[in-house]
Design a protein around this ligand. Structure first.
Ligand code: GRF
Length: 188
């Protein structure tokens, strides 16, 4: 199957997934990016992965830019979407045709610390463990059915940067592995 990755920023998860290209049971045919300044675009270019880059403010509303994304996905026969630091809520235009085939990674053990700044929220709460969650997308913010989780310890002297780094290392291991499991399962 063909897969697309959606990202808005740095793209370290995009890179981690792309690094496993040769052992993935799928082809990464498209990066979708909503920020023309995002470093992830250069990463895709280097890897020879085509990118659809758009600016939400050049569209009247979400439905309009999501319709355009949908056309790009159809052109490339994309059957799975993996969000990797895509900082927008997916609307019905994309969600309905891809329900059960859109997956996200979130830097906490959901349902704890949904939404923005999950790492800061965990530090603030004083938890000793946080982690990473891979889950299906639904209408809510980080509320869809959980596929996989991995715990990450919070250490006494952690700053946000240090904890974030530890969480991302875990993401880079977990996400490619889970993506492959999903693809292999769905092949039946
Ligand atoms: C990741 O921590 C992911 O969990 C969150 O956004 C971050 C994206 O980082 N949704 P990157 O762009 O993959 O480096």
């Amino acid at each position: 199957p063909n897969i697309a990755i959606f990202a808005s920023g740095t793209g370290s998860n995009f890179q981690a997934i792309a690094a496993h290209r040769n052992d993935l049971a799928a082809e990464i045919v498209l990066l979708v990016c909503d920020n023309p300044e995002a470093p992830v675009i250069a990463k895709a270019e280097k890897l020879g992965i085509p990118a659809f880059v758009f600016q939400p403010k050049s569209y009247a509303n979400k439905e309009e830019y999501e319709s355009e994304i949908l056309r790009e996905l159809k052109k490339k026969n994309v059957s799975w979407i993996f969000l990797a630091g895509y900082m927008r809520i997916v609307g019905p235009t994309l969600l309905n045709p891809y329900r059960g085939k859109i997956v996200n990674i979130h830097p906490s053990l959901l349902p704890s610390f949904p939404g923005k700044d999950a790492v800061g929220q965990a530090l603030e709460a004083g938890v000793k463990w946080t982690g990473v969650t891979v889950h299906y997308i639904d209408e809510g913010v980080d509320t869809g059915p959980i596929i996989a989780q991995e715990p990450v310890p919070v250490l006494e002297e952690d700053t946000k940067e240090i904890l974030q780094h530890r969480i991302q290392e875990s993401e880079h291991q977990l996400y490619p592995r889970v993506i492959n499991q999903l693809l292999l399962q769905s092949e039946g």
